[in-house]
Ligand binder design. Structure first.
Ligand SMILES: Nc1ncnc2c1ncn2[C@@H]1O[C@H](COP(=O)(O)OP(=O)(O)OP(=O)(O)O)[C@@H](O)[C@H]1O
Ligand SMILES: [Mg+2]
Length: 268
């Protein structure tokens, strides 16, 4: 049973509804085209096609869609890891276009947290050292109490001295979450963060994400292929062929499953 706080309602295009809280991230008419690499004329791929979306502060959004529908590209554009070919993205009200590389790097470091399916921890560092990394990269020497508190938030205070190889998959993903959250980012993005975990361990991570939203007002945007994972979100956005094809509010796993089955069987 997933207990959800009523978060700020989502909106499909970010511009047709006005009763929303402030957007943590807003995409307006974002297109991302990849060249084929074989010179002009061979077309390339339009991974995102005129996508407008907003992610309200303090909400939990899941992004779903068939393989190749543009989910990772959407996350990377929204997290300032990639630049759209056209359209605009703003994070916490700051438009990204026109920002220098230096300012973009600082914005990413200070306002964005990102976790991946493959936890991406450094194997030779302890959990505490992995969590401290973003602060060290920003030129800060983190206090031991700060790291301990970050690990405590994900229930791993007792594992600070363990290396990734000495932790389970779920524990490693929680270390990755603590590392992503240590800078207190405005938005936490996850690209299939539970994709490599068994279902019981996934639930732990999803409950933690839900709690971060409900208790701390964290904004979370998560790509997933799993309808049960999506049911932890306040809203699910569906992508097909790089376009938003619809969304569900307060989704149940059954509703998400039914929608996904339709998307995967009915050609759009
Ligand atoms: N760097 C790239 N260069 C060229 N094409 C790319 C690149 N990255 C993604 N694409 C293409 O863009 C489309 C969308 O890819 P994306 O990775 O966003 O899909 P996805 O929905 O995350 O898929 P999956 O569920 O398999 O992870 C795909 O056709 C993909 O081949
Ligand atoms: Mg992907």
């Amino acid at each position: 049973m997933v207990v959800k706080r009523r978060a700020g309602a989502g909106c499909l295009d970010g511009m047709t509804r006005t009763d929303l809280g402030p957007a943590a991230v807003r995409l307006r008419r974002v297109t991302r085209h990849y060249d084929s690499g074989f010179g002009s004329g061979s077309g390339g791929v339009t991974a995102l096609d005129d996508v407008s979306l907003s992610f309200p502060a303090g909400s939990f959004t899941a992004v779903m869609g068939p393989s190749g529908s543009g989910k990772s590209t959407l996350l990377q554009c929204a997290a300032a890891l990639d630049r759209p070919t056209s359209g605009s993205v703003s994070i916490g009200g700051t438009p990204l276009e026109g920002l220098s590389q230096t300012r973009l790097t600082r914005l990413r470091r200070e306002r964005i947290g990102f976790v991946f399916q493959s936890f991406n921890l450094l194997p030779s560092l302890t959990a505490a050292q992995n969590v401290a990394l973003p602060l060290r990269l920003a030129g800060r020497a983190p206090a031991r109490a700060e790291i301990r508190q970050a690990l405590g938030r994900v229930g791993l205070a007792e594992r600070a001295g363990h290396r990734p190889g000495e932790l389970s998959g779920g524990q490693q993903q929680r270390v990755a979450l603590a590392r992503a959250l240590i800078t207190r980012p405005q938005v936490l993005f996850g690209d299939e963060p539970t994709g490599a975990l068994d279902s019981a361990t996934s639930r732990d991570v999803l409950r933690l994400l839900r709690e971060l939203v409900d208790v701390e007002g964290q904004t979370v945007v998560m790509v997933t292929h799993d309808p049960v994972a999506a049911s932890y979100a306040d809203r699910v956005v569906f992508l097909v062929d790089g376009r938003v094809s619809g969304e569900l509010q307060e989704p149940t796993a059954e509703q998400v499953s039914a929608r996904m089955t339709r998307l995967e069987t009915v050609p759009c």
